[in-house]
Design a protein around this ligand. Structure first.
Ligand code: 5AD
Ligand code: SF4
Length: 443
């Protein structure tokens, strides 16, 4: 029997980190609703506060620790409030967490969400902790509670088997496993029926997807066949796992958008080998060439780590060179952060914090120049944009993404609503935003 809404306990979820976590929070919301909880958007109104956390870099963990001390004060005022810590950080340092934040009631890792209601029921003086990793858990039977809007994230695989030397993900999210293809298609179809027009297929190494004979390329084509879905994106692929089948599907399936996030990490073969990335610069560049050849309109973005163990000035210069050679549309760059459990942890740091900051600033400045240059070259061009809603800067402007995942803003006008695809003409660019005029509605 459903709990009447007025008396239902309320859960508030705060999400940190990547899109996988955003999607996981939607699964948690569905689990909690099943258990009779209602969602609320304000921590102050909640009977249960859950933080879904990230462990990828130290900075991510520090933010959550700061937030936990705020919540300790809230719990002092309202001791009946239950507080739970979920996700990668729960898995990464549960022991330290329980020590640092003894006011936590629940600590649950990424494979324990099914058992969350039971854990909350069990929490007493000591927190209830469940951080068992499960090689088979995909939550395939749980329909996540999507936030609404024209775009939705769909998790198609979980975990990672790559074990890059710097990365904590394989330890906190466990082994690779794919959501069965029929469950993916069912989920995408439900979303399409609810008005979602764009799906982003998610996985830590999404192109390692496999369900029997169905590889990632085949999955793209199957999702492409779902009526009502107009755009398909995916993130993040691993450069070492990008098959010809996946490239062919990207080129052939018109719904798959011409954009790929292809994490490079470093432009130096020596550093890539030390990172255990599993590809050389020559192989990476060959992949970029094959992708651009198959998909001429392709936009590329990447991830870069500066200051990894043993990164010398010459290695760093090679990264800057590679960024110029590829000409990324955008890049996310990070200072190397030593993570416990990883293979590189015991090697320690060889690049000082100041030097990491200098290298990071150079990467950011270079990418700004490259992005600005690439965007300026688009002025005058026309693109199809899927309308999402009001632009952040307001002024009666609407926003949406081009196929290349660039933000386009344009004047709102009658007859243009979220979910429509329209043609725009790029008039000018500021930062990463393309300011456009509406060229024509497109059916
Ligand atoms: N330090 C800094 N950046 C990291 N990343 C992963 N682990 C670390 C780390 N220990 C970055 C990588 C990855 C992105 C999601 O986060 O660039 O692609
Ligand atoms: Fe981490 Fe490497 Fe797996 Fe990406 S592929 S999640 S960087 S271990």
């Amino acid at each position: 029997m459903e709990t009447p809404i007025e008396t239902a306990p309320r859960v508030y979820i705060e999400t940190y980190g990547c899109q996988m976590n955003v999607a996981d929070s939607q699964t948690v919301r569905a689990v909690m609703r099943q258990a009779g909880f209602k969602s609320t958007e304000r921590a102050e109104d909640a009977d249960l506060i859950l933080l879904n956390t990230c462990a990828i870099r130290e900075h991510a963990e520090e933010r959550v620790l700061g937030r936990l001390s705020d919540l300790a004060r809230l719990k002092q005022r309202r001791p009946e409030v239950r507080l739970g810590l979920l996700g990668c950080m729960a898995q990464h340092n549960r022991a330290a967490l329980v020590e640092k934040a003894p006011w936590l009631d629940v600590v649950a890792g990424p494979d324990s969400y099914r058992r969350l209601p039971e854990l909350i029921g069990r929490a007493g003086f000591d927190p209830a902790v469940d951080v068992r990793l499960d090689r088979a858990e995909t939550y395939a039977d749980i329909a996540p509670e999507h936030a609404g809007g024209v775009r939705a994230y769909v998790t198609v695989m979980r975990g990672c088997d790559k074990f890059c030397a710097f990365c904590v993900v394989p330890y906190v999210r466990g082994r690779e496993r794919s959501v069965p293809a029929p469950a993916v298609i069912r989920e995408v179809s439900i979303l399409a029926a609810r008005g979602v027009r764009e799906v982003v297929l998610l996985g830590q190494t999404v192109n390692a997807y496999r369900c029997g004979e169905i590889d990632f390329g085949a999955l793209l084509r199957m999702v492409g066949a779902v009526e009502g879905i107009e755009r398909i994106r995916f993130t993040s692929p691993h450069p070492g796992a990008m098959s010809e089948s996946a490239i062919a599907a990207m080129a052939a399936e018109p719904k798959v958008q011409p954009y790929i996030h292809l994490p490079l990490q470093s432009g130096s073969d020596r550093v890539l080998a030390a990172m255990d990335r599993g590809y050389s610069i020559a192989q990476y560049l060959d992949l970029v060439a094959r992708l651009r050849n198959a998909i001429p309109a392709l936009a590329l973005s990447t991830d870069i780590i500066v200051g990894f163990h043993g990164e010398r000035e010459a290695d760093f210069a090679a990264t800057l060179d590679l960024m110029r050679t590829v000409g990324y549309d955008s890049a996310f760059s990070f200072k190397y952060s030593l993570r416990e459990h990883t293979r590189a942890f015991r090697l320690g740091d060889t690049v000082s914090e100041d030097e990491k900051s200098r290298r990071l600033a150079e990467v950011i400045a270079l990418q700004e120049r490259i992005s600005a240059h690439r965007n300026r070259a688009l002025v005058g061009a026309r693109f199809k944009v899927l309308v999402e809603g009001p632009a952040r800067r307001g002024n009666a402007m609407l926003a949406g993404k081009t196929p290349q995942y660039k933000t386009a803003i344009f004047p709102a006008q009658d007859g243009i609503a979220p979910g429509d695809t329209i043609a725009v003409r790029i008039e000018s660019t500021t930062g990463h935003t393309l300011t456009c005029s509406v060229a024509a509605p497109v059916t």
